[in-house]
Design a protein around this ligand. Structure first.
Ligand code: TRP
Length: 337
C-alpha cells in the first residue's frame, strides 16, 4: 500500500453458488492471492451481476457472504487487498449508466456470452440486465483505474469492450480513465470434471460428483477423488489425449503440491491408479480442510465478516467516488455542491 507505483488489479466473482470449486481456485483465485503481494489489488463479489439470473434473496444473501468468506479463507488478506461487495459502492451503477450511453446497441449485441445465454432462453425470457452485463463490468473496472484485470479466457471480449469504452470516453471528453489490460490467466491450471475429464470442472455440469467443492466435507471430496474416472492402462502418465482422467488428476496433484509433472510421474512409477488416487485425495483434502474451517469460522461470526467488508467498501468508495466525480465533471453534469 505504501508503494504508490504498484500496478492496480481489479477482478470480480459472482456469488452464484454456496461454494467455489477447485477449478475456480486453481484456475483463477490462486492468482488473485498471489497478485496481492505485487499489486494494489481490488477484489469484489459482484452481487449486482448475479441479479441477472434472478436469484432467491435468501440464497443471494447467503452466497454473497459465503463467497467473501471463502476469498478470505483461501488467502485474500483484507489488509493487503481491498475486498468488497459490489453493491456497497453505488458508483458502479452510476458509471454503468454513463457507459451504457456510450455503447452501441449492436456492439453490446455482439458479446458472445450474451448471445449464447440469450439464444438458450429466447429473447422474451432474456432480461435486459444480461444485455448490459458487460457494461456494468466495464464500470467495475474503469472506476478503479485498474491497470490489469485478471480473468479467464472467457472474459477476453468483455475486457476488450471495457478498453473500447474507456478509450471512447477519453477521446470524447478528455483523459479520465486508465485503459486496462486483460491479464488473461494462462498460468492457472485448467481443471476438468472428475467424471467427465475432457470438460471443464463446472457447477453447471450434469452431475456434481466430478466437482470438488471448497466447502464440502473432507469425506465427500475424498470419495469423489477416489471414484474419479480413470482410463485404461495402469501407468500414471500425463497424456491428455489418451489418459484424460489421469492427466487431470496429475494437474490437480502438481498444482497443489508444487511438484513438476515429471517428479510426480516418477513418484508413482510402478504404482497403480489406486495408490495415485489415494495420494491425490490426501493432498486435496489436506489442502482444503483448513480453508473450509476458516470459511466456516468467518461465517459463524457475521458481525466480524461484515466489519471486514465495510472496511473494504470504504476503501473502494474512496477511489470510486473520485473517478465518478471526474467523470461527471467531464460530461458536463452539474455538481450538487
Ligand atoms: N463477468 C465476470 C465473470 O463472470 C465477473 C466480473 C464482473 C468481473 N465484474 C468484473 C471480472 C470485473 C473482472 C472484472 O467471470
Amino acid at each position: 500500500m505504501a508503494d504508490v507505483k504498484r500496478k492496480r488489479v481489479l477482478s470480480g466473482i459472482q456469488p452464484t453458488h454456496d461454494s467455489f470449486h477447485l477449478g475456480n481456485y486453481l484456475g483463477a483465485l490462486k492468482q488473485w492471492v498471489a497478485l496481492q503481494e505485487s499489486h494494489d489489488a481490488f477484489y469484489c463479489v459482484v452481487d449486482l451481476h448475479a441479479l441477472t439470473v434472478g436469484p432467491d434473496p435468501v440464497e443471494l444473501r447467503r452466497r454473497t457472504l459465503a463467497s467473501a468468506a471463502q476469498l478470505i479463507a483461501i488467502g485474500i488478506d483484507p489488509t493487503k487487498s481491498t475486498l468488497f461487495i459490489q453493491s456497497h459502492v453505488p458508483a458502479h451503477n452510476q458509471l454503468a449508466w454513463i457507459m451504457e450511453c456510450l455503447t452501441g446497441f449492436g456492439e453490446a449485441g455482439r458479446m458472445t456470452q450474451f448471445k449464447d445465454k440469450s439464444a438458450k432462453s429466447g429473447a422474451d425470457r432474456t432480461v435486459v440486465g444480461l444485455f448490459t452485463y458487460p457494461i456494468l463490468q466495464a464500470a467495475d473496472i474503469l472506476l478503479y483505474q485498474a491497470d490489469q484485470v485478471p480473468v479467464g479466457e472467457d472474459q477476453r471480449q468483455h475486457i476488450e469492450l471495457t478498453r473500447d469504452l474507456g478509450q471512447r470516453f477519453n477521446s470524447k471528453y478528455g483523459q479520465t480513465f486508465t485503459i486496462p489490460e486483460g491479464y488473461i490467466l494462462k498460468s492457472g491450471a485448467k481443471i476438468n470434471d472428475l467424471q467427465d475429464p475432457t470438460s471443464k470442472m463446472s457447477k453447471s455440469s450434469a452431475s456434481q460428483s466430478g466437482v470438488i467443492e471448497l466447502m464440502d466435507a473432507p469425506e465427500v471430496n475424498l470419495k469423489k477423488i477416489k471414484s474419479a474416472m480413470t482410463d485404461t492402462g495402469r501407468e500414471v502418465i500425463f497424456d491428455e489425449k489418451n489418459k484424460a482422467g489421469i492427466s487431470n488428476l496429475l494437474t490437480i496433484y502438481t498444482a497443489i503440491t508444487g511438484l513438476t509433472v515429471d517428479a510426480a510421474q516418477n513418484d508413482f512409477d510402478g504404482k497403480g491408479y489406486g495408490d495415485f488416487k489415494s495420494a491425490v485425495a490426501e493432498v486435496v483434502v489436506d489442502f482444503l480442510t483448513p480453508i473450509r474451517s476458516k470459511a466456516q469460522e468467518l461465517l459463524q461470526d457475521p458481525a466480524h465478516l461484515t466489519a471486514i467488508l465495510q472496511e473494504g467498501a470504504a476503501k473502494a468508495n474512496a477511489v470510486a467516488s473520485v473517478t465518478l466525480a471526474e467523470t461527471y465533471e467531464a460530461l458536463g453534469l452539474i455538481p450538487r455542491a
